[in-house]
Design a protein around this ligand. Sequence first.
Ligand code: APR
Ligand code: PHB
Length: 394
Amino acid sequence: MRTQVAIIGAGPSGLLLGQLLHKAGIDAVIVERQSGDYVLGRIRAGVLEQVCIDLLDEAGIGQRMHQEGLVHGGFDMLFKGERHRIDMNRLTGGKNVMVYGQTEVTRDLMDARQAAGLTTIYEAGKVSVHGFDTNKPRVRYEKDGQTHEIECDFIAGCDGFHGVCRASVPDGAVSEYEKIYPFGWLGVLSETPPVHHELIYVNSTRGFALCSQRSATRSRYYLQVPLTDKVEAWSDDAFWNELRLRLDAGGRDKLVTGPSIEKSIAPLRSFVAEPMRFGRMFLAGDAAHIVPPTGAKGLNLAATDVKYLSGAFIEFYAEKSEAGIDTYSERCLKRIWRAERFSWWFTSLMHHFPENGPIGQKLQDAELDYIVHSETGARSVAENYVGLPLDFGT
Ligand code: APR
Ligand code: PHB
């Protein structure tokens, strides 16, 4: 088989890239090691920045998002038992975010791909990438007991943190920066109305909590838990009881509980791989970087990588110019490090770090006080939360 761009991974990055290339008349094949249902079963954050919303519109898949997504102009920060609203909309001169689950974005992209009759090879085994240091890269995989090969001009490594693309780069060609946090997030999805119409980020001496939502009738909640906790040991009752203890009196009164539809524990990690280009292979999304979920930057960062990468390929084919390809990595990494910094900082501010002792809590309280009572402090959080412009300082 021959294609222009072979995309590895049918998560949001791979699917969005496929859609943008299709719109531009560039041929792409996606190779995914899991089934479509498996990909849709993964529950991740659900806050879209305007840059990401615009991109989904550009890809022609924004219709359901605009119908069902919830526009939020602010969020609450709860600490020392009191809530303070960050009025993002006012602080950023009118910017908002959209609460719309990543699962739904993925579903919309999958539906569009299927409707357009584009090729996605699901359940591909032993995927491997070859010759990306030449002009004739190839992708090999097994399917139904047979080995197949795709010849292409470029390989897009959209295969997530555990993918094959970054792992295939020669030792020494990539620098990796990583921090693993000493706790995880226990998440519960439930068919219950959200405790509040906006999100609540909670700093409590019992640990961080987050009250999020998917719709007027579906809630998503998280608790900071030790990495050693097992999800099976957390009954629904234990989850709701612990959440109540981390909320304020108003939240406790309003909290509606119910059976969990999904429950899982996710570790928290900051990770960046540099560079993101290796000859004719490019990394995008989680394949190149991970942020802790505080602030929900993961999908938004993936979307901007894909915006730059699709633009670079379009420029290459339309204008025979390699300018976009040559600047891809540097352009992405600038934005990525900004978002890495914010996600790390917001995580450090909101979580409980017993190893930092009582002074750690006092310093966090002082910083939180400063942020909610200073226009400058609040604006700094707000402008990072709504997302940085696509090209800043370039
Ligand atoms: N061959 C083919 N496909 C692979 C391989 C492989 N060797 N390894 C991994 N994959 C697939 C995975 O099964 C997955 O479906 O690549 C896909 C990668 O998808 P994601 O992990 O969702 O990564 P990405 O598309 O970059 O999405 C970024 O996901 O984790 C969140 O916060 C993150 O929201 C962000 C988004
Ligand atoms: C979510 O709704 O899953 C969510 C929202 C905000 C975050 C993280 C996750 O910061």
